[in-house]
Design a protein around this ligand. Sequence first.
Ligand SMILES: C[S@@+](CC[C@H](N)C(=O)[O-])C[C@H]1O[C@@H](n2cnc3c(N)ncnc32)[C@H](O)[C@@H]1O
Length: 297
Amino acid sequence: MSQSASSETWTVQRILEWTTAHLKKHGSDTPRLDAEILLAHARHCRRLDLYTRFDDVLTEDERTTMRDLVQRRAKHEPVAYLVGRREFYGLPFRVTSDVLIPRPDTETLVMELLEALKPTTEPRLLDIGTGSGCIAITAAKQRPDARVTAIDRSEAALAVARDNAETLGVSDRVEFLHGDLFAPLRASGSNAASFDAVASTPPYIREDEFDGLQPDVRLHEPRIALVAGGDGLDVARRLIAESPEFLKPGGRLMLEIAPEQAEAVRTLLETQGSFDEVRLIKDLNRDLRVASARKRP
Ligand SMILES: C[S@@+](CC[C@H](N)C(=O)[O-])C[C@H]1O[C@@H](n2cnc3c(N)ncnc32)[C@H](O)[C@@H]1O
């Protein structure tokens, strides 16, 4: 996509073909999809609309925008950050490089959470490590009678989450607090066992795994959202130890986990002393992805 090429030559079809080949060469696993999302973003249209406009010639502005997006994508910047948006559970979330990009794996946790909360009216939910707010906000959308508290150690992430809650119309029922795990609750004196569920997608990558992560993740997503000590369980271990203090009797802890941590997490939950009904749940790829346990009634 050289700047000197004649503008007539850059039709939608040609730019899609060129970008797909370029991104493939630079290591994208989904070059055609990336090309379509970026071009739709540059043209302010839906992906579908590109197909009815194959012969349109790009404007100068569109070409400039596309050139910048493609250069950044070729350096492994995730598409979600480039377009500032990612869909989660059918809802559009704003994302920036301050938040982890919501993953489809996490939808499994949300499904389990909603199922567990079904018998409870006006449930109270605590989301620890909220990032973009995807778990807290989705739960609030799905359960209009719920009240949600969402905590994160990153102020920058909380700003994005608050914005999402506002845009998605749940800011009156989702409270955002800044701090380390349960510390903001203790600081406000509300450390009574008042939650029907505590949900978390904690960081769970091992320190020694970090260098081997895909460049999209390693170079661009916040390290604080990813890495949790030598065995990846530093945060999960604390959540399992401390959450019973904040759960009502019969309330549930739900953690997203890496499949290879499943047995270690099961053991932590079973030996903590406060939990029963410990279960490991598979995601749509049939990987063990969620650990769930009930605080003894
Ligand atoms: C894996 S991300 C999950 C984000 C979001 N819940 C999701 O599923 O997309 C983990 C989040 O936990 C936050 N975090 C990490 N350590 C924390 C701690 N000790 N206390 C509170 N939040 C923490 C990070 O800032 C990050 O936003």
